[in-house]
Design a protein around this ligand. Sequence first.
Ligand code: ZN
Length: 567
Amino acid sequence: MKTDVIDEIKSRIDIHDLVSEYVDLKRAGQNYKGLCPFHSEKTPSFMVNTAKQIFHCFGCGKGGDIFSFIMNYENMTFNEAISFLAGKAGVKIETMHHHDPDRGNKEALIAAHEEASRFFMHNLKDSKQALAYLAERGIKPEMIEQFSLGYAKGERDSLLKHLRATGFSDTLLKKSGLAYFGSGEAHDFFRDRLIFPIFDLRGKAVAFGGRTLSSSKNIPKYLNSPEHPLFRKSESCYALHMAKNSIVQKGYSIIVEGYFDVIACHQFGFVNAIAPLGTALTPGHLKKLKKLSPKVLLTFDADQAGISAARRGIELVYAEGMISKIVLLSDGEDPDTFLRKYGAEQFRKFLGGALSPVRFFLSKAGKNKIEGVRQFLAILSSCNDPLLRDDALRELSDLASEKVMRRELEIISRKSSAEGRRLPSSVVELNSTGETPEMSKEEEILLRIALSLPRMARRIAEQIDFANLADPLARRIFERVLALPQDEELSVDALLSDCNPEERSAISRLTIDPGIDMEEIAKNVSDCIGKIRLKHINMRISEAKDKGDADALFSLLRERTSLTKKP
Ligand SMILES: [Zn+2]
């Protein structure tokens, strides 16, 4: 059983020992402290608690147990993290170890590509022409190294000979696409081309892209390896294995078009840049990126082709339930040429001006705003995420009918100053971010108590009216407590393994630093519950006022009086 494996791993790996392999930890009271590996910081806000076997970063909010740590650090799925840690702990996973007949095959394919990559890199050192070309394109030697750039000689079969001599079979080489086995003599797939190895997420070469160094118009400028079991163009993103940590840290990926754009971005410090392989962005590329962050920044040419590509891109991003922003580069620039001409600072400013999809469509519609709105709505219909759709519609209504909104706003403010009433928040907050409301202070205190003193959890849960809780996580946790059998206590461990990253973050944060006065727990609990009730009733009172519902208002006011009178 999987849970047995998990427990076994947890019993063998101490979180302090595990995290210490990645982070320099120093003791700080009951906890250990260090610089967070998930965001950049100068003073440590990353804590590890060995008693509870959890970590939490108070800077970026990442938190959880050993599995979450490895999932975040190595960008693994839960199952991958289990196998990884099982390996470390020496725990055998029999039920999960299916026999994979292709396994040897896959390993051989990778080995052939890795060998080819070394061969190409070696060639590059001897090719003055290729090196001169790279220098002319402003690529620094460190980048040549980092991206393992290489060169395929103009000879007919130098790579093929080398791989055969190294011991790879023709069957494998045929499958790999590294050599072409047609009617005549077999020959190399790439000839006289600058080589960009394409890596999988572990950084192993699985394919190549090649740019010709010849000026002949009769051959394609760029050529990619043919697809094989480890290489699907519609799913591979160039440089993703180098960008993944930065994408997680910065919270978004920059999508550029070509190899040189990616390398230039990385060279100038924009390490979260990747490029889709093949020509256009596909759902497969986005699914890969979504695992790291739901936000993407799309860069396109400002010409007609670029604008249509941007429209398609926005639609695809919506269809995946992700969030996009768009920048258009004018005058035939691409990120590569832009960076070399104007530098990192200008590029950063430029990216800062990225447009939301709504703004993009309206700005491209010129005077014909209605048409822009229509086009945007057609694309938004591909989005199945109600929250994303609401956000977009809110932004659209803010921008599109500004005149109408302004008039409405005037009418409301005139009324409100006469009646002393607050403006509806949706009208005032034109820049609403659509974030969920923060957990109230009282809910947080109750959760802290429940998590650090599990035996108190049931007593709290029994006293709360769940409808009064604003935070869905607080509601879920307390509901869960009530659902437990009488003799069972809330287990933070079990909670962590059954929640999403944001919830995990909240749980680890509240557990690792109880921050409550343990002497006055009972008083704290009843104070908080009282305040939550009062808040909820005040909210309903102002709703009743807004609606002008006198009956409801009267009974709510009575309810409030009885509440505040209670000892
Ligand atoms: Zn952090």
